[in-house]
Design a protein around this ligand. Structure first.
Ligand SMILES: [Zn+2]
Length: 219
């Protein structure tokens, strides 16, 4: 068994569960995991059906995006994943989805304020919008690098989709689900045209402090 096999298997399993949950569709989005103990990460290949994917299809790259293992072309968003791992020592899983409700907020440029305790506890003080840049460009990479340092675990990519982080694959998956629940509730609330209440500021800060404590533990 190769040094990366377990990580590659987990990338496939995570991607396929996200497809089953409706968070990834067709070949859109991408999934990566940090390879513990190596300056490397395992990432889904470019433009390849998740339902057919097997561990041999997963690419292992170093931070400069050189291919260490894998015959397929890596995701065009590989640079975006690499900058997150370099900027955030606590993050071991990066999920980029085109999930529908968060994507709807990406179109109306609506960050999600602190609406629920659980949201802040796991995703951060707010789900912010990362400025638009075309997929696979250095500009998008730079926009992501400058934002993820705030310690949040979910971001909306303007006119594109979502970027969700976690200290492991399972937490990142839960964060994708939580983001979608918050995005849908917020969209429905916006549709009423009525005032939208946020959680009290003191509660927000307590919940965010718990998230920051976790992040220190996983560094
Ligand atoms: Zn995308």
């Amino acid at each position: 068994m190769g040094a990366y096999d377990a990580f590659k298997q987990q990338v496939v399993d995570t991607a396929q569960r996200l497809v089953a949950g409706g968070y990834l569709k067709g070949t859109g989005g991408n999934v990566s995991l940090r390879v513990a103990g190596h300056d490397a990460f395992a990432i889904t290949p470019s433009n390849y059906d998740y339902t057919r994917m097997v561990p041999e299809d997963v690419c292992v790259l170093d931070w400069q995006l050189h291919v260490i293992e894998g015959a397929r072309k890596p995701s065009i968003e590989s640079a975006l994943h690499a900058v997150v791992y370099q900027a955030r020592a606590d993050v071991n899983a990066v999920l980029h989805t085109h999930q529908v409700y968060a994507s709807a907020l990406a179109l109306i440029n609506a960050p999600i304020p602190a609406l629920f305790d659980e949201q802040v506890r796991y995703l951060g003080r707010a789900v912010e919008i990362i400025a638009y840049a075309p997929s696979g460009t250095g500009l998008l990479k730079n926009n992501v690098r400058s934002r993820v340092r705030n310690g949040h675990n979910a971001y909306i990519l303007k006119n594109h989709g979502a970027l969700v982080l976690g200290h492991d694959a399972e937490r990142a998956e839960r964060n994708v689900e939580l983001l979608e629940k918050c995005a849908l509730a917020y969209l429905l609330a916006l549709c009423t045209g009525r005032h939208i209440d946020r959680i009290p500021l003191a509660v927000r800060e307590i919940a965010f402090a718990q998230l920051r404590k976790d992040e220190k533990r996983y560094q």
